[in-house]
Write a protein that binds this ligand. Structure first.
Ligand code: FMN
Length: 228
């Protein structure tokens, strides 16, 4: 697939077919994705790939713990709790589209159901967890965001390479809100932080939710040219 087409066609997939992605395919995607640039070629990313019973154990443990997952997130990468303008308006715009014309608030049962679907990784058969060494991320003088630029580039590569292969992905903060569960099930040492989950699988294109397309802000509100 042409790069421009992959960028245009990639979108977050929220309904997957149960089929597992072959280990070799994931390996090939990760090998290429790690061509991403990084600070002085430090390559701070690491990945843990889970499928089958291991992934099911994680999903069930998340569901059992339940709770207002996002609000009570124990995620190892500090999450944003404040959304000043213009970000909150963008979130509201997205939520309004998701409600598809419905004006009533989401009921608690609906919120719970949504959380469970997230915890089940939208039905994806495989999850790629992004890890980073805690001693590189948390430093004496503050949080080292730079390693996340590097890792973010690798994550976008994963998503575009997946699109190229007819696979779908979704980055999920929700799937790392209880990192202790992932540490335990995958036996990941406590000196690594579990930064993000990227669910990967075969999109169920018949599901209405995958017809959703999230547009972007008008170009001129975000970009300014100088000296032209
Ligand atoms: C770091 C990160 C975390 C995300 N976490 C979640 C999540 O937990 N659940 C979810 O449904 N979508 C999650 N998303 C997907 C975003 O909502 C999505 O990327 C955004 O709305 C734009 O839509 P698009 O990816 O289809 O273009 C996450 C995206 C990123 C980059």
């Amino acid at each position: 697939m042409d790069l421009v087409q992959a960028i245009k066609e990639r979108k977050s997939i929220r309904a997957f077919k149960p089929d597992q992605v072959h280990r070799e395919t994931i390996k090939e995607i990760l090998e290429l994705a790690m061509r991403a640039p990084s600070w002085a070629n430090t390559q701070p990313w690491e990945f843990a790939v889970a499928t089958g019973e291991k992934l099911k154990t994680i999903q069930e443990a998340f569901i059992k713990r339940g709770g207002a997952a996002m609000q009570n997130s124990q995620s190892e990468v500090p999450r944003p709790y404040e959304f000043p303008e213009p970000y909150i308006t963008r979130i509201h715009k997205m939520q309004a589209r998701e409600m598809r014309g419905r004006t009533t608030e989401m009921k608690p049962e609906e919120m719970e159901e949504r959380m469970i679907i997230n915890f089940r990784n939208y039905g994806a058969g495989t999850c790629i967890y992004l890890l980073m060494s805690k001693n590189y991320f948390f430093q004496e003088k503050g949080v080292n965001c730079w390693g996340m630029y590097d890792s973010g580039a690798a994550v976008q590569n994963i998503m575009l390479l997946a699109a190229d292969r007819g696979l779908g992905t979704i980055a999920q903060a929700m799937a790392v809100v209880y990192p202790d569960i992932i540490h335990e099930v995958l036996e990941i040492s406590s000196d690594k932080l579990i930064a993000l989950c990227i669910a990967i699988g075969y999109p169920d294109w018949d599901n209405e939710i995958n017809k959703d397309f999230r547009d972007r802000e008008p170009f001129d509100t975000l970009v300014k040219f100088y000296g032209y």
